[in-house]
Ligand binder design. Structure first.
Ligand SMILES: Nc1ncnc2c1ncn2[C@@H]1O[C@H](COP(=O)(O)OP(=O)(O)O)[C@@H](O)[C@H]1O
Ligand SMILES: [Mg+2]
Length: 339
């Protein structure tokens, strides 16, 4: 079994007008030391997925079905005490906004020491020494002086370095980073991403990187998931998906990358916008924006409009698309006729 194994995860928000299903049938796994990217536009369910991995979904949200096995144990069925041990200790999370993690009234050193002492039986002196070492690892200038500074005394980039140091504090197996650089200046984004990548590689820490930036995912991750309206519509090895995307939505995302456009031409943006979860279209949620509902011969693929697509295996990946299923079916039949 993989280190992390998510199966048929179903997360809902109980709202007055009824349940909103934020994650539907989400399944994926992560091997030890592996880096997985999760991409999708705003509202696709990326943060809900990140929070559920640590069983941190707050009311009115709840995990309505499925399982999240970490190191063989199901997080959805664990006591709060056991969960607290795993959070931080074995899996840590980096949020887009550093102030979600940092306490404004404690110095950096106080927060790091407090965190270490909550999980390990060590002296303050030892905890400070470990904290200093972690600040050195994230290449922060004058690390010793930082221990006595408060979050507001640091720049955005420095704060995110401190956050990475805190995420690494207890030597976790997995770091979940939810748009870790989105709030930073563009010039600093690449620096922080390179640092995170380097630290995960050196310390053999698994990374789940959530971003709306397909370019970053293609550089950092070995495998990727593409999310659309609460579902994973395509997943597989990053190289394969970038070079040969199967789902029309993934194709659209890749065609919209600036480096894919001919210089001087306009970017090929996918028309329309992602539907909201409480108002999903029938059939495939992407069908109103999809150029493949109509076949090349002019006939309409009714399944796209009427049926939610299941998953089909394509190469080393999985795709939820009727058109891909139909193409694979067509390739399969002649092959069998030969025998
Ligand atoms: N606290 C909440 N209450 C109700 N619905 C929520 C809440 N948080 C998220 N959702 C629903 O889940 C969807 C996905 O949210 P999110 O995971 O934050 O998207 P993103 O991919 O941008 O991170 C939202 O569009 C919304 O419909
Ligand atoms: Mg988000």
């Amino acid at each position: 079994m993989a280190l992390l194994d998510v199966n048929h995860l179903d997360v809902r928000f109980a709202l007055r007008r009824g349940d909103v299903q934020a994650l539907r049938d989400v399944s994926f796994s992560l091997e030890r030391g592996e880096r997985l990217g999760i991409v999708g536009e705003s509202g696709a369910g990326k943060s809900v997925a990140a929070f559920s991995l640590l069983n941190l979904i707050a009311k009115p949200g709840y995990i309505a079905g499925g399982s999240i096995h970490f190191d063989g144990r199901d997080l959805t069925a664990m006591s709060d005490r056991a969960l607290r041990h795993i959070r931080g200790h074995r899996m840590s999370i980096i949020f887009q906004d550093p102030m979600m993690t940092l306490n404004p009234v404690l110095s950096i050193g106080e927060q790091m020491v407090e965190c270490l002492k909550a999980h390990r039986r060590i002296s303050t002196r030892e905890a400070r020494a470990i904290s200093l070492r972690k600040l050195e690892q994230v290449q922060i200038p004058s690390p010793a002086a930082r221990l006595d500074q408060y979050p507001h005394e640091l720049s955005g980039g420095m704060r995110q370095r401190v956050i990475i140091a805190i995420a690494l504090l207890l030597d976790p197996d997995i770091i979940i980073a939810d748009e870790p650089t989105t709030a930073l200046d563009v010039t600093i984004q690449a620096e922080i991403m390179a640092l995170l990548l380097e630290l995960c590689e050196t310390h053999h820490v698994g990374l789940i990187l959530i971003t709306h930036d397909l370019g970053v995912v293609s550089q950092v991750s070995q495998r990727m998931l593409v999310m659309y309206a609460g579902r994973v519509i395509e997943q597989g090895p990053t190289r394969e998906i970038i070079n040969d995307p199967q789902h029309p939505y993934t194709q659209g995302l890749i065609n919209a990358l600036p480096q894919m456009a001919t210089p001087g031409s306009r970017l090929n943006q996918i028309p329309g916008s992602m539907p909201s979860l409480d108002n999903l279209p029938s059939g495939c949620a992407f069908h109103p924006r999809c150029g493949f509902v109509e076949r090349a011969d002019g006939t309409t693929r009714r399944a796209c409009i009427d049926l939610v697509p299941g998953y089909v295996t394509s190469g080393n990946g999985r795709v939820a698309c009727h058109m891909v299923a139909e193409m694979l079916e067509r390739e399969r039949i002649p092959a069998e006729e030969i025998r």
